[in-house]
Design a protein around this ligand. Structure first.
Ligand code: ZN
Length: 286
């Protein structure tokens, strides 16, 4: 590649990057708490440590075609998010649950059951964008930083940003472990609302119809909260009905642009392929 191509590439990246990352006027500003002194590098290191725990505990679907499909959808969402430069990774958990969760630094896990449950790719993209929204909004990291602040007062001299992987691991354990701190974390209403709105605009910037997230929440409501496969999701998130109202109002005030995608042949192929795989194992004990 010659210098001219490199320069052209850089210019294109800057233009596309600026276009992708630009917020709509009503999109919430990701709120890094003042006491959150962790850098993006710290956060990604923490996510990497937590991901090791997750991948020990849950069965990750090792199907290259399915992984690459999910990675493709996830990456489109990630580069159009407000924090596009994190260490994003997207994996399927081999579980029949309708669930998805994210770890700090951009590690996103989608339960296989979610693909069965959604009707369109825009619903899937909406759920992924909501999880990315929790990362973009520093929700878990602000929580870790709050606990860390207290401990720093106790262990004077230790600073965020100077920790080894072992220290990060010990810190996660000290605060209750990956499952409690990140995977099963219950988000408060403010965080949930922020992740929904960030997710809504993120989905649209990535080229999917943001109505997908609303459709997913409506489907969840109709399905019934007492069904086993949605219990985990609903334990961590407030009632879908309220979230639907907020999102509907937002879409009414700021109608999405025309021509956004709802489905793709790749989505249908991934779904068919998942159906043909052997059934998921029962979930691990909590
Ligand atoms: Zn959430």
């Amino acid at each position: 590649m010659n210098v001219r191509n490199v320069l052209l590439g850089a210019l294109l990246f800057t233009l596309v990057g600026a276009e992708c990352g630009a917020a709509r006027p009503d999109e919430p500003e990701p709120s890094k708490a003042l006491y959150n002194t962790f850098s993006d590098e710290d956060e990604m290191a923490m996510g990497r440590e937590a991901a090791k725990d997750v991948e020990k505990k849950y069965k990750i679907l090792a199907d290259p075609a399915l992984e690459s499909y999910l990675e493709g959808v996830g990456r489109r969402v990630a580069v159009a998010s407000r924090r596009p430069k994190l260490a994003y990774e997207f994996h399927f958990v081999d579980s029949a649950d309708v669930n998805a969760f994210s770890l700090p630094g951009g590690y996103v896990y989608v339960d296989r059951g979610l693909i069965d449950f959604v009707a369109t790719e825009s619903e899937l993209a909406g759920v992924i964008a909501h999880e990315v929204g929790h990362v973009v909004g520093y929700h878990s990291m602000n929580d870790v930083a709050r606990r860390w602040l207290v401990d720093r007062l106790v262990y004077e001299g230790q600073k965020a940003g100077l920790m080894s992987d072992q220290q990060i691991h010990d810190m996660i354990e000290h605060y209750g472990g990956t499952a409690l701190l990140f995977v099963n974390r219950k988000f408060n209403r403010e965080e949930e609302n922020e992740a929904d709105l960030l997710g809504l605009y993120n989905t649209e910037r990535a080229g999917w119809d943001p109505q997908g997230l609303v459709d997913f929440l409506n489907r969840l409501t109709e399905f019934g909260a007492d069904r086993d496969i949605v219990k985990l999701l609903l334990r961590r998130h407030p009632l879908p009905e309220e979230r639907v109202e907020t999102l509907k109002n937002e879409l009414q005030e700021h109608p999405p642009r025309a021509g956004l995608a709802r489905n793709s042949a790749a989505f249908r192929a991934a779904r068919e392929k998942l159906k043909r795989l052997p059934p998921s194992p029962p979930p691990p004990a909590e």
